[in-house]
Ligand binder design. Structure first.
Ligand SMILES: C[S@@+](CC[C@H](N)C(=O)[O-])C[C@H]1O[C@@H](n2cnc3c(N)ncnc32)[C@H](O)[C@@H]1O
Length: 358
């Protein structure tokens, strides 16, 4: 396409603009990348790229409310800077005005489809873990309102961080049996499968979250097998289990026998923490051929320091060794276009049994 050639679709600003749009970032963020892409202006070529690569490809069923909001802002932005708006954009906006009432928009908005694009840094090009296209795209059905009850249906920043950690250090997870607690939308499991963990089990205590997680695995061409009957060593299969921390039995926990345990944004509710620590201890406690034993990686936003300190005190009592890796671990930035996400707000902990360290 002439517009693409003229502007260079491999330019970082192009990748950031399209990735931000597909992730449903606020329209202002996408518009600011669009301006960077056009060298300071939203030129006709930039509008054509947005039209072909973002709007025309989007499914109204999933993104209608966002498309309507985005187009309104985009058109206003072009008009206010004296630019000429493409006819296609006006026509599309007019059709959304007619077909999408605000009521429909807010209902449709309760679940949306976001594409999270992990953009591999230049230095990883050509390595085994880097896809040929330079990006790994993950489709996620999620709720837009984080406070809407089913917290597991939103994407939380710690799972973005844990995913970046997995992609930065694939050797820690390749050929390992991985088990995640409080998996939410399933993003971490999709990344584990991408780096070829030998088997991946995701768990959550909330049934609607588990149902949504399975939809996401299927959207990303992974099958969700039956843990009792299907082979655990299938790279295209991710198992989902219901595991409420309060009622998980020791026998059940020991039966998973993972090499690596993961968790993102699970340290926030003080009343759940004794159960969570018991679950982590159970998963870390099993006879393991590897002398160093299983290890857990937990990513967490510290919203309340007392809650974190309570977790650390419970972990110490359970004879777990918690090491803060935040400062010593350089996690690559695969998500430079997500302006609302900041790696610095997240801490990464490594947890293992004291008896395995001594
Ligand atoms: C804040 S969300 C984080 C979800 C996901 N890990 C992420 O970072 O996007 C917390 C998750 O833990 C799950 N969870 C909370 N309390 C739980 C419990 N007592 N037992 C099992 N799962 C629980 C929730 O259902 C939810 O999926």
């Amino acid at each position: 396409m002439a517009a693409e050639e003229e502007l260079g679709i491999s330019a970082p600003s192009y990748l950031h603009m399209v990735s931000a749009f597909l992730a449903l970032e606020p329209p202002d963020v996408v518009i600011s990348f669009a301006r960077d892409f056009g060298g300071g202006y939203i030129t006709e070529s930039v509008q054509k790229c947005i039209w072909h690569h973002c709007i025309a490809k989007s499914d109204v069923k999933w993104k209608g409310a966002y498309l309507k909001r985005f187009l309104k802002k985009f058109i206003m932005e072009i008009e206010s800077s004296g630019g000429v708006v493409l006819d296609e954009l006006y026509e599309q906006y007019a059709s959304y005005m007619i077909s999408l009432q605000d009521d429909d928009a807010s209902k449709a908005n309760s679940r949306v489809l976001k594409t999270i694009s992990f953009l591999f840094p230049n230095e990883s090009y050509g390595t085994v873990s880097c896809p040929k296209s330079g990006k790994l795209e993950v489709q996620l059905q999620c709720s837009v309102n984080m406070l809407e009850g089913d917290t597991g249906c939103s994407i939380w920043p710690s799972s973005l961080f844990l995913s970046e950690f997995i992609l930065s250090f694939p050797e820690l997870f390749a050929n390992k049996r991985c088990f995640e607690v409080g998996s939410g939308v399933g993003l971490v499991g999709i990344c584990l499968s991408y780096v070829k963990a030998s088997n991946v089990i995701l768990s959550d205590g909330d049934l609607s979250t588990l149902a949504n997680m399975k939809v996401n695995l299927e959207l990303n061409h992974l099958s969700t097998g039956n843990i009792k009957s299907d082979s655990l060593e299938n790279h295209d299969m991710v198992h989902c289990v219901c595991l409420p921390w309060e009622s998980a039995s020791e026998d059940n926990l020991c039966s998973f026998a993972p090499d690596v345990i993961l968790g993102a944004d699970i340290i926030y509710n003080p009343s759940c923490l004794p159960h969570l620590v018991r679950v982590l201890t159970g998963l870390l406690t099993h006879e393991h051929p590897n002398a160093s034993g299983p290890v857990a990686y937990i990513a967490s936003v510290v919203r309340n320091i007392d809650t974190l300190n309570y977790f650390l005190a419970l972990a110490e009592k359970a004879k777990l060794i918690v090491t803060d890796l935040t400062e010593s671990t350089e996690v690559s930035n695969f998500l430079p276009y997500l302006r609302s996400y900041n790696q610095c707000s997240i801490r990464l902990f490594r947890i293992c049994l004291a008896s395995k360290v001594a």
